[in-house]
Design a protein around this ligand. Structure first.
Ligand code: ADP
Ligand code: ZN
Length: 701
């Protein structure tokens, strides 16, 4: 037996300095010859748990894995680290199979990956003759008929377990629920296995929720978000196939390389899209939840949900596809009440309707939380007593609570006087005394509460009403055109002195990108490009995905540590011996080419923003910046759309916005300025019309 410690292997082969929680414990337990069940979240590092023992035991480790695409990825990644391994599954030709079998028989492999079919069907024929030290059962939840990934072959593993009592087994999964856990324990026939249950917390994933954002505004937000993350891979999850396609078109039209993915496509097209994403040929995938299973791309930097997911389990799994390499990654969930209608619609004929409904409710509860989201999320998975995470939108921007009784009473009374027959937007317009066609046509301007809430903006009212719904004071009648109804609690609030605490809207500044602050000099994009190009070339030469050569965590560490020689390269994350030998010198050469980076100048828009903050008017800003007023207006609109704190109502009144709106509606929603200008007989100038358009496009009011 080789005299290697787990720690040494981790460093020399994988290039990592430290074990993650539970990894070393599992490895030691396995090395002592006992069975284990390992439950770790996606990206937690399950593979290391059997790969390290595989390199310490004198004989081979069998890995049973149901996902053929993952098998190849794993073997590629291990081979890049100089580990001797192979896989046998149905995609392999007879000749290759022979070669691998020979290698296995003569103990030349450290790991052999098998599909469950191969493992159970050929165990008695030839597998039992192989020199085996350890059997790892990956995706062990497939043994359970409770989940949707049930694989009948997994049930036959039990018989095999009994035939080789002296070989340790380790079963691994990311599925945490109790029923599945019990099934794994019972159905795999493990011998008094030790359970290693990791926390499901993924602190590197930021959590954010955006509620009730109109479509146009959402498009602008998402576009800006992706643009601020050049070249960073991400997934947009949508409820419907049609939405996947339209989002993908929208992104492509705006210069972002994107593909859609859903179950309505042929298997070949789906594979091609998946491949292209893994190889970074496409930056974004717009997909239904059909996408992701069997994808082990470590550098997915963000996940956006375009709609409310149908349950928390699914949501957690989907956001979990981001940041598997442990680097900071962002997740944003967009939802509006229409999603809830749709989801409820999907399940209305299901025999398990009640259960599904409850799950949707829990999901909504998360989306509408006004305390740390991670606490809400993890408590759903049975992990309690956590501290505020500091990496969710609520922690970063905690709401202030105020006495909201009057606000609640105004909203309730407006709903009451409108016959409880108006939706959120119309109710807000009533409260704010807006002058819209619909409102006049329905005579809502004549009710007593018309205009009693004009001190709050439209967005502020949205925020308040969401909370009233959350608190059970109002409810949305999903079956009656989303009209707002007053609940019995709402009746009490209207009539008596019930306390109502509401949070003030937090000023949602542009979600600044969270990255660990770089300690060294800021890398020029040139050096990053060079390293990436090098990686891409080497990857295509070896026909593996780029991250197999080195991943983004390694890239960052290279830039941070700036190794000058091979010795220093050893300290870089992910650089094991074999990788250093193979291309370490080339990396050093690239790094040594870099000159000092120039300091970044403020963009012209940012300069305008500084003047805006000083309170200058349009004319003053134009003079100061020596540009025209329309240019300044363009800057302000850009800032407004990017959600910087720019308030366009400094330059235009609400009355004027409404005038523009009505005229524009008559002109079939034109995007041109002149017709509206003319129709208003020059009473509202071009600058104001541009700003009104920007406002109208953000809020559907
Ligand atoms: P899982 O199978 O649990 O989803 P993986 O085994 O694929 O996760 O590991 C996720 C990522 O984390 C991989 O890129 C892996 O190389 C990396 N990783 C695993 N353990 C460590 C560690 N101790 N230090 C640094 N990176 C690690
Ligand atoms: Zn938090």
């Amino acid at each position: 037996m080789r005299m290697l410690t787990p720690k040494k292997i981790l460093k020399e082969v994988f290039g990592y300095d430290q074990f993650r929680p539970n990894q070393l414990e599992v490895i030691e337990h396995t090395l002592s010859g006992q069975d284990s069940i390992v439950i770790m979240p996606t990206g937690g590092g399950k593979s290391i748990c059997y790969q390290v023992p595989a390199l310490i035991f004198g004989k081979m480790t069998i890995v049973v894995s149901p996902l053929i695409s993952l098998m190849k990825d794993q073997v590629d990644a291990l081979t890049a680290n100089g580990v001797k391994c192979a896989y046998i599954n149905s995609t392999l030709g007879e000749v290759d199979r022979r070669v691998i079998l020979d290698q296995a028989m003569s103990n030349q492999l450290d790991l052999l990956y098998l599909s469950p079919e191969t493992f159970v069907h050929f165990y008695d024929q030839w597998i039992h003759q192989l020199p085996i030290s350890l059997v790892a059962i990956d995706e062990a939840h497939c043994v359970s008929s409770w989940g949707h990934d049930f694989r009948p072959e997994y049930r036959q593993i039990k018989a095999i377990r009994e035939k080789c009592p002296n070989i340790p087994f380790v079963a691994l999964t990311a599925t945490a629920d109790k029923l599945t856990r019990r099934d794994i324990q019972e159905q795999l026939g493990l011998q008094t296995p030790e359970l290693f249950l990791s926390s499901f917390n993924r602190p590197n994933l930021s959590l954010a929720v955006r509620s009730q954002i109109p479509k146009k505004k959402k498009q602008v937000e998402i576009l800006n978000f992706i643009r601020s993350r050049q070249d960073e891979s991400g997934i947009v999850y949508c409820l419907s196939r049609k939405e996947c396609e339209s989002w993908s078109d929208f992104l492509n039209d705006n210069g972002i390389s994107s593909r859609f993915y859903h179950a309505g496509m042929s298997a070949e097209s789906r594979d091609a899209v998946q491949e292209g994403f893994i190889e970074d040929a496409y930056q974004v995938i717009c997909a239904t939840i059909a996408f992701g299973m069997g994808i082990d791309k470590p550098n997915v930097r963000w996940v956006i949900h375009n709609n409310l997911p149908k349950n928390v389990e699914g949501y957690y799994q989907e956001i979990g596809r981001a940041g598997r390499d442990g680097l900071p990654s962002d997740t944003i969930l967009y939802y509006n009440y229409r999603d809830v209608v749709l989801l409820n619609d999907f399940i209305k004929d299901s025999p398990n309707k009640d259960v599904y409904q409850e799950k949707i409710k829990r999901m909504l509860h998360y989306a509408e939380a006004s305390s740390c989201r991670r606490i809400v999320l993890l408590s759903y998975f049975g992990e309690h007593n956590l501290q505020n995470c500091g990496n969710c939108d609520i922690c970063k921007n905690p709401p202030d609570f105020i006495d909201g009784k009057i606000i609640a009473q105004k909203a309730l009374s407006a709903a009451h006087r409108s016959g409880q027959a108006v939706g959120i937007n119309l109710l807000i317009n009533v409260l704010r005394g807006a002058q819209t066609m619909e409102l006049f046509e329905r005579n809502l301007h004549k009710i007593k509460t018309y205009g009693v809430g004009s001190e709050y903006s439209f967005a502020e009212w949205q925020h308040f009403i969401n909370q009233l719904i959350n608190l059970g004071i109002m409810e949305i009648a999903y079956d009656q055109k989303l009209h707002l109804k007053i609940t019995s609690l709402g009746e009490e609030v209207l009539k008596s002195n019930v306390e109502v605490k509401l949070s003030l809207p937090v000023d949602k500044k542009t979600e600044t990108k969270k990255k660990t602050p770089a300690k060294g000099p800021k890398p020029s994009s040139e050096i990053v490009d060079k390293l990436k190009t090098f990686r891409k070339e080497l990857a295509s030469k070896n026909r593996v995905p780029a991250y197999v050569i080195f991943n983004d965590a390694t890239l960052e560490d290279l830039l941070l540590k700036r190794p000058k020689n091979l010795m220093e390269l050893v300290d870089v994350h992910g650089m094991g011996k074999v990788k250093i030998e193979r291309f370490g010198q080339e990396l050093l050469d690239i790094l040594s080419q870099e000159e000092s980076a120039p300091t970044k100048k403020l963009s012209t828009t940012e300069e305008t923003f500084l003047l805006y903050e000083k309170g200058l008017n349009l004319e003053q800003m134009a003079n100061e910046r020596k540009v025209s007023e329309p240019t300044i207006v363009n800057h302000l609109i850009k800032l407004y759309e990017e959600k910087k704190k720019v308030d366009l109502f400094r330059y235009i009144s609400e009355y004027e916005v409404n005038q523009v709106k009505e005229v524009r509606q008559k002109l079939k929603g034109t995007h041109q300025l002149k017709p509206v200008y003319d129709a208003l007989k020059g009473n509202i100038d071009y600058n104001k019309i541009s700003m009104a358009y920007a406002i109208l496009d953000q809020y559907e009011y």
